[in-house]
Ligand binder design. Structure first.
Ligand code: AMP
Ligand code: MG
Length: 326
């Protein structure tokens, strides 16, 4: 299959919309990462998303809508859902709500993206778009049109091009289908922001049956990722430095302030930049075949999302700081 590259102008958006209505798969920009879209009401098109990604069948998709009002059409929102949609939509917050039968499931995950091209596409299609990230299952998500094209070339009909994703990691997923709200995945909107809006504590439901997607390997490139734990910062930075200096061409991914001298890779000035550029850095380290990719998560509370993705990219294996060699 030839994958078309469509410019994000009127003609490109119209073409992408026509393809989606006809049952095709189209990758498109959002503010979190690039999505792999299909008409959510077309079971055949939705099945093709799973095939193109190699996604496990029991990991449900997020449905993207064009307005907060669409929430009533596809789900049964309560007062909490309405308040959160009012505050944070469009934006990187996905709400899991009691559904109305779409996908034949009792619950549905919904989000309104804050990205002009995505919103133009949703308006042109005139119906909701099911869209997971536009990567093959288990790999880092694409944050640029070029990365989406490289990842999905030959598997989908088109990539609608747009700017680099502003947030850089996937949306926060909040389960509101039960009485107690639970955070299923950290992301662009923090648990503290949600708790503040709702005036209630937000629990985490990590790895539980409520969050099928969290069971799988995620965001991992085909190079070995070494993630360093947070115990003793100084000893840790020395460990990272030793790991990097042992092999030429090694990569460091973390904040510039904790980077060993002479480290190459992604040396971010702040958490926002690290989050925005993490996936592109993982893919570039993979492209270069870096022998060691040392990933050092930042400690601040605003870094929960990026810490989660770093841990998953490393397959959950954490390397503790090593003592000085004699
Ligand atoms: P992705 O589309 O790859 O960004 O992943 C979507 C995330 O939303 C996964 O972690 C899913 O497990 C989660 N998700 C989607 N729909 C539901 C649902 N109905 N109930 C619980 N989690 C969901
Ligand atoms: Mg994904």
């Amino acid at each position: 299959m030839m994958t078309q590259r469509l410019k994000p102008d009127d003609a490109g958006v119209s073409c992408a919309a026509a393809l989606l209505r006809a049952g095709a798969l189209v990758a498109f920009p959002t503010e979190t990462v690039y999505g792999l879209g299909a008409n959510a009401a077309d079971p055949g098109a939705v099945a093709r998303i799973y095939a193109a990604k190699g996604r496990p069948a029991d990991n449900p998709l997020i449905v993207h809508v064009a307005s907060p009002g669409a929430i009533d059409e596809w789900a049964v929102p309560d007062v909490r859902a309405r308040e959160l949609a009012r505050r944070f939509w469009p934006g990187p917050l996905t709400l899991v709500l009691p559904g109305r039968g779409l996908f034949g499931a009792p619950t549905l995950a919904l989000r309104m993206p804050a990205q002009p091209v995505a919103l133009a596409l949703l308006a042109a299609v005139g119906r909701p778009i099911a869209a997971p990230s536009a990567n093959r299952s288990g790999r880092p998500s694409p944050t640029s049109a070029q990365a989406a094209y490289q990842e999905m070339q030959g598997r989908i009909e088109a990539v609608l091009e747009g700017p680099t994703a502003r947030v850089g990691i996937e949306s926060t997923v909040l389960d509101l289908s039960l009485a107690e709200a639970a955070l299923l995945r950290p992301g662009g909107i923090s648990a503290a922001q949600i708790a503040d809006a709702l005036g209630e504590h937000i629990g985490e439901a990590k790895g539980s049956a409520r969050s099928p997607g969290t069971r799988y390997r995620h965001y991992a490139p085909e190079v070995e990722i070494t993630l360093f734990a947070d115990d003793e910062r100084q000893r840790l930075i020395e460990s990272v430095a030793r790991a990097l200096s042992a092999c030429r061409g090694s990569w460091y991914i973390g904040l510039a302030e904790t980077a060993p001298k002479g480290a190459k890779g992604l040396l971010a000035n702040d958490v926002r930049q690290l989050q925005q550029e993490l996936y592109a850095a993982l893919l570039e380290a993979e492209r270069q075949g870096a022998p060691v990719v040392a990933v050092l998560p930042p400690q601040s509370s605003s870094a929960a999302g990026v810490r989660d993705r770093m841990l998953r990219a490393a397959g959950g294996k954490v390397q503790a700081a090593q003592g000085r060699e004699e």
